[in-house]
Design a protein around this ligand. Structure first.
Ligand SMILES: Cc1cc2nc3c(=O)[nH]c(=O)nc-3n(C[C@H](O)[C@H](O)[C@H](O)COP(=O)(O)OP(=O)(O)OC[C@H]3O[C@@H](n4cnc5c(N)ncnc54)[C@H](O)[C@@H]3O)c2cc1C
Length: 294
């Protein structure tokens, strides 16, 4: 089936990008291509697109900034749905609204401009609001679940509003990873002194500068309860372990750095680390990275 032709016929105003490269649109910089990527311009167009793709049984995946996604090396015979155009930001009545396509940097800057505290911990996290909500992104000082009041999303082709408690937020997880597309989020905005906000932003930015350089997906594995996955991997002597162009960072053992390797290299190295850790410690690490396999 010619997916682009079908989309053009049924949704003539929809923006499309043919032969979409995962390597160019993910922070790890590897992976193959998708037949097409679609960029709906509104929540209605997103709902119509997702309903059409489901009805026609066309495989599809949501992709934000691609900071947590490892896509296979081949060709994805389906559509990538990107909500970059849903990038509205607004503030009022103790709330801050951000569309799914708003980047973390834009969210943090906007919150600061509006004297809204509680967002500083997202400074420097590569993320879109949609992807971050699906992943419940954050650091120990706070996650999306701590500030999200409710989430607008498309489930079964219809717009729905999920209260924070109905989002199933847990460690790097939410119901939105089960095929429910986040279109926007209402956050609680706590009035704060902008100088204090800026100071905290600088502190978080300074911490970020200590993270390993190079192409990665951030942490590969979720920290097991009360423990550091990086410390466990390090204790197993796996720093520097390599498969093709991918290696375990010498600075932070939970980071896999890609230097011109393939998705197969990165995926195989993650699998090897998991297997070795299980063999040596009995701990079964859970992957934080999201694989798009085809
Ligand atoms: C250097 C580096 C540092 C990082 N540091 C941190 C950190 O400190 N804390 C942290 O939590 N994470 C961190 N990460 C991981 C990553 O930044 C987060 O997981 C972030 O939330 C990913 O957002 P994204 O927009 O890139 O999502 P993507 O990677 O594009 O997608 C992630 C998942 O969400 C799904 N998705 C995307 N958009 C939507 C949507 N609109 N609706 C529903 N599902 C959607 C995708 O299908 C995929 O399953 C880091 C990554 C890197 C590369």
């Amino acid at each position: 089936m010619d997916i682009s032709a079908l989309l053009r016929e049924k949704l003539p105003r929809l923006s499309l990008e043919e032969n979409f490269s995962f390597a160019a649109h993910t922070t790890i910089g590897c992976g193959g291509r998708a037949r097409v990527a679609a960029y709906p311009a509104s929540e209605e167009e997103t709902a119509a697109l997702l309903a059409l793709l489901s009805r026609e049984k066309i495989p599809h995946v949501l992709l934000g900034l691609g900071a947590n996604v490892l896509a296979s090396d081949g060709v994805f015979e389906g559509a990538v749905v990107r909500l970059n155009k849903l990038n509205r930001l607004s503030a009022g009545d103790g709330l801050l609204y951000a569309g799914a396509g708003v980047t973390g940097a834009a969210l943090v800057a906007f919150a600061c401009e509006k004297c809204a505290g509680g967002f500083e911990q997202f400074t420097g996290i590569p993320m879109s609001v949609g992807g971050a909500t699906a992943m419940n992104a954050g650091v120990r000082e706070g996650h999306i679940s701590d500030v999200a009041l409710c989430v607008r999303a498309i489930a079964n082709g219809k717009v729905r509003v999920f209260s924070g408690g109905a989002c199933g937020f847990s460690e790097k997880d939410s119901i939105f990873l089960q095929g429910i597309a986040v279109t926007g989020v209402y956050f609680r905005a706590e009035k704060q002194d902008p100088h204090l906000i800026e100071k905290r932003m600088r502190e978080f930015a300074a911490r970020r500068r200590l993270l390993p350089k190079g192409r990665s997906l951030g942490c590969t594995f979720v920290n097991p309860a009360g423990r550091s996955a990086g410390a466990i991997i390090d204790a197993c002597g796996l720093k520097g372990c390599r498969v093709g162009g991918a290696h375990v960072s010498e600075e932070h053992a939970n980071f896999i750095i890609n230097e011109g390797g393939s998705a197969e290299d990165v995926g195989a190295l993650a699998a090897l680390v998991k297997e070795e850790v299980l063999k040596r410690t009995g701990i079964c690490l859970r992957e934080e990275i999201r694989r798009i396999e085809f």
